[in-house]
Design a protein around this ligand. Structure first.
Ligand SMILES: Cc1cc2nc3c(=O)[nH]c(=O)nc-3n(C[C@H](O)[C@H](O)[C@H](O)COP(=O)(O)OP(=O)(O)OC[C@H]3O[C@@H](n4cnc5c(N)ncnc54)[C@H](O)[C@@H]3O)c2cc1C
Length: 168
């Protein structure tokens, strides 16, 4: 950010926006000519409007087994649950598989498995190539790997071509 002369403000929130100014809760006023604001994360309307759900801003609390804290026969996967970690399509997919596995285990009165975070990202970094981040839990520990530069960018391009080829 500093390299690109981009000022940033941590641990503040927006109090008000008017025509040409953003008001932060630390008293700062920022002039703007173009503004992009991402709203705080919240759950779906069907959860917010359901009286019987205990939720945090529409996000449902779950155990590590993905069972709802409120009802053990209900599993919550993906963005809708409050499991710690990044909300990604990959996490939603892995959680979907685990929920199915645990439902079957629960029906057979077998011990349930906890969700383990696995992260694999390729993130474009503008002119500086891309970043590759991997956190993969295994029996030996968590394999962590982070690298940036042109190589991850090439890997992302290769993955994109492979992915599109699979659909053609
Ligand atoms: C801009 C953006 C970029 C992203 N980029 C990436 C990325 O590069 N890689 C990645 O892994 N993740 C990415 N994500 C995150 C990823 O999209 C989500 O984490 C993932 O889609 C969550 O899946 P989900 O099935 O939990 O929820 P969703 O994909 O949100 O699915 C919920 C579904 O429920 C439906 N629904 C809502 N209300 C009802 C109702 N009352 N009845 C029936 N259906 C209903 C919705 O229409 C929707 O189809 C990105 C997200 C955003 C917003």
């Amino acid at each position: 950010m500093a390299e690109k002369q981009i000022p940033y403000f941590c641990n503040v929130s927006i109090e008000q926006v008017d025509d040409g100014k953003v008001y932060l809760n630390n008293g700062e006023r920022l002039p703007y000519s173009f503004l992009l604001v991402l709203p705080p994360y919240k759950g779906k309307e069907c959860i917010l409007s359901s009286k019987d759900f205990e939720h945090e801003n529409g996000i449902l609390p779950v155990h590590e087994t993905l069972q709802s804290v409120q009802w053990e026969n209900i599993y919550v996967v993906g963005d809708a649950n409050n499991i710690k970690g990044t909300k990604t399509g990959r996490a939603a997919e892995l959680q979907g598989e685990l929920a199915v596995e645990n439902i079957v285990k629960q029906m057979h009165h077998e011990p349930l498995r906890s969700f383990q975070h696995e992260t694999l990202y390729f993130m474009e970094l503008g002119k500086e190539g891309a970043m590759f981040i991997m956190n993969k839990p295994s029996k030996q520990g968590t394999l962590t790997c982070t690298t940036s530069g042109i190589m991850p960018h090439m890997m992302k391009r290769a993955f994109e071509s492979y992915y599109l080829l699979k659909f053609s």
